[in-house]
Design a protein around this ligand. Sequence first.
Ligand code: HEM
Length: 482
Amino acid sequence: MTTIALQRVAAPVAPILAGGNRLLGHTPEYVRSPEAFLHRGWRENGDVFRCRLGASWYTVVLGPEHNKVFFRETDRLLSIREGYPFFPRMFGGEFFFLAPQEEYLRQRAVVLPKFKADAMRSYVAPMVEETEGLIARLGDAGEIDLISEVGPLVMDIAAHAFLGRDFRRRLDDSFFDCFRDFSRGMQVTWPQWLPLPHLRRSRRARRKLDRIFGEWIRHRRERPVDPPDFFQNLINARFADGEPISDEMAVNFTLMLIWAGHETTAGQLAWTLIDLLQHPDYLEEVRKEVDGVLGDRASADIGWPQVSALARVECAVKESERLHPVAHMALRRATEDVRFGPYRVPRGEYVLAAPCVSHLMPEVFPDPLAYRPSRFERGSAAASLEANRLIGFGGGVHRCIGVNFARLEMKVVVALLARHYDMELLDPPRPAAGALTRWPAEPARVRYAARTAAPGRQAPEAEAVSPTEAAPGGCPLHGDRS
Ligand code: HEM
């Protein structure tokens, strides 16, 4: 008899969380507030419990030991592909983590080098330039809704870093709107095949984005840039066996990277800023660090060495990932029976890992509700806080490919805003209701005023990147690109 079969006989399934109703199970409570629901489960049942969402059973697993099994068994006893049934309708079934494992690893090998620590140096300049562009548009004083500002900023950075400065200069807001429509394809619906309006809009947006990126590929094949940037390298890339990347594959990679990095980074960045604004003492420490490291350096001279030296900003980014993980849960489906501690998840059922609870366990993060970025200060203990403990970017082979990029980006934006502005949060923060990625809810208004004595502060106009400065040829969405 195999080990798996033995486990099937030996282990009981996890206890079912109280509550729920016959028709919808625990769905209404989960939708109202996933965090509150998952916390209740942990309080009442401990690290492993079952609940019913829609028609399906989910085993919720919490804490480092179970996280370790969750990530280790992915692609073995747990399927990531079947965990996210809404992705195939957005990307097709044979792409990246939706593809069979051999094909997934083949595709991943093409993009992975672009996200290793070494490659990060080249992304600092676009991040600084786009953030300075935002600062120029904001001017010296005013009031913004953080949520409406971070979304477009993150999109501009991604377009600049992944598609090139020339592409970014041609953008207007409709690109952002088109992406937002595309992203709505991941909203969960039951049953999956219902042709609801947001799904039709998502498909329309996908066709439009295919056209835009397809044309951009043709443009770049005719007029390659030298030295090659991210996009040029991508369309010139080959698989390990020498086969060139098809245009269709290049479009899919581009879509996936911008899409995967957008919702998540924008939400996490908003939380990082909000947390800092709520903790002025630490913000002051951050600012001292930023002033000390950047000095009176012009923004064009800010590079990798400076950004890597911003240790306190990095701690702030990690502490907000811990307290407000925007990817608040990860899903898998058991392809065989699988053990979590004393319990068995039967084949065919779902497993849900929940950073939003695992990050608040006092035995892992002492004084878990306190905002204390210093817990991530560099050193041996900090590294051990990450694996299977700080899991806002997942873990194992499918750990977020963009983790270095996203953390770098958040550091740059936070550092430059803290360098330029005094800021005050005007609304009490709370997570947006019903969202799959847990952004702060709107409004999250911030009043800002330029610091008068900031070292290296330049007149914003000097570096303005206004939409009217777009390169000849106009927005990629609106044609006329000769
Ligand atoms: C704060 C920002 C981000 C957060 C919180 C985040 C979170 C995550 C998480 C939790 C996973 C694993 C999901 C799972 O195991 O079920 C993941 C995977 C992934 N992320 Fe991110 N992400 C962020 C930014 C980015 C960026 C900037 C990119 C690309 C530019 C990116 C691209 C990806 C890709 C391609 C995967 C799939 C990896 C694989 O299956 O091999 N993400 N992300």
